[in-house]
Design a binder for this molecule. Structure first.
Ligand code: SF4
Ligand code: SF4
Length: 260
């Protein structure tokens, strides 16, 4: 039997968060005076993927092509709302003050937006009584999460993915306009950028008001530096021609690196 989740409305998931946002959600987040940072992660892309590799196809669909030195990479850029302590939208009675327009990421918690990640209640903030079965998470043949997910949540998970795919080029343009060309190595660390918030709002506003969405330029593979704190990763990346560097060389006023 699947584990059934019932939110206890404890409010724990509305504290100390990094919330991935769509472009429209990010604009609204900024208009309320809340803060956005940008996460960039690079994946070396030595050979293009076969059409049967779901994981890599998913990654390809969510990333834009770029170069790091001679190395072909794909970059995932995410707009991230962040706060320490309680969310600025959380009322003292633990109700969300923007409940009807809260971000999609808030709507799907504690479920995973990536179907390839198996939901593990132990990694979630929800109290134990939110899970109606105490069974340990089980893997299925497909590796997909097997917990009961209601239709609305399923639809929101799909919307997040579709939105992210549709806005890959827009994310590239955001990085270009903000002069962002550095990233972490995927699964090695997180590199966050702290852009000027007013400038970011202008960029998002322009993107949203454009009649035609930006189209990709297949030849526009910009140069990126990949940062890591892992000496083995650094030497491996440099050996395959990447312009990689130690994360401690970062300008820490505008960037933050978190090692995994
Ligand atoms: S926007 Fe609302 S639901 Fe999302 S973290 Fe803040 S208070 Fe919680
Ligand atoms: S932490 Fe879990 S149970 Fe608590 S409010 Fe958030 S989703 Fe609901």
């Amino acid at each position: 039997m699947d584990t059934v989740f019932n939110c206890t409305q404890c409010g724990k998931c509305c504290h100390d968060l990094n919330i991935p946002l769509t472009i429209r959600e990010a604009k609204d987040w900024l208009l309320r005076g809340d803060k956005i940072k940008i996460l960039t992660e690079a994946t070396p892309w030595i050979n293009d993927v076969s059409s049967t590799d779901d994981l890599l196809l998913r990654k390809k669909s969510l990333t834009f092509p770029a170069k790091s030195g001679k190395l072909s990479i794909r970059v995932l850029a995410s707009l991230v709302g962040y706060f320490q302590g309680k969310c600025p939208n959380l009322n003292s009675d633990l109700n969300c003050s923007i409940y009807n327009s809260r971000p999609l990421t808030c709507r799907i918690y504690p479920f995973e937006m990536n179907p390839n990640i198996i939901l593990n209640p132990k990694n979630k903030l929800c109290p134990s009584d939110a899970w109606q079965s105490s069974e340990s998470p089980r893997s299925s043949n497909t590796g997909y999460q097997i917990f009961t997910i209601d239709q609305d949540t399923q639809s929101n998970i799909k919307d997040i993915y579709t939105n992210n795919v549709d806005n890959v080029v827009a994310k590239l343009l955001i990085c270009k306009e903000l002069g962002i060309s550095t990233s972490s190595l995927s699964n090695d660390g997180y590199l966050f950028h702290f852009p000027d918030q007013e400038k970011l709002l202008r960029i998002l506003d322009n993107l949203i008001s454009e009649d035609t969405p930006p189209t990709p330029d297949a030849e526009d593979h910009s140069q990126w530096i990949i940062y890591t704190q892992n000496e083995v990763s650094l030497s491996d990346l440099q050996a395959i021609g990447s312009n990689a560097a130690r994360a401690h060389q970062l300008d820490t006023d505008s960037q933050e690196f978190i090692s995994l």
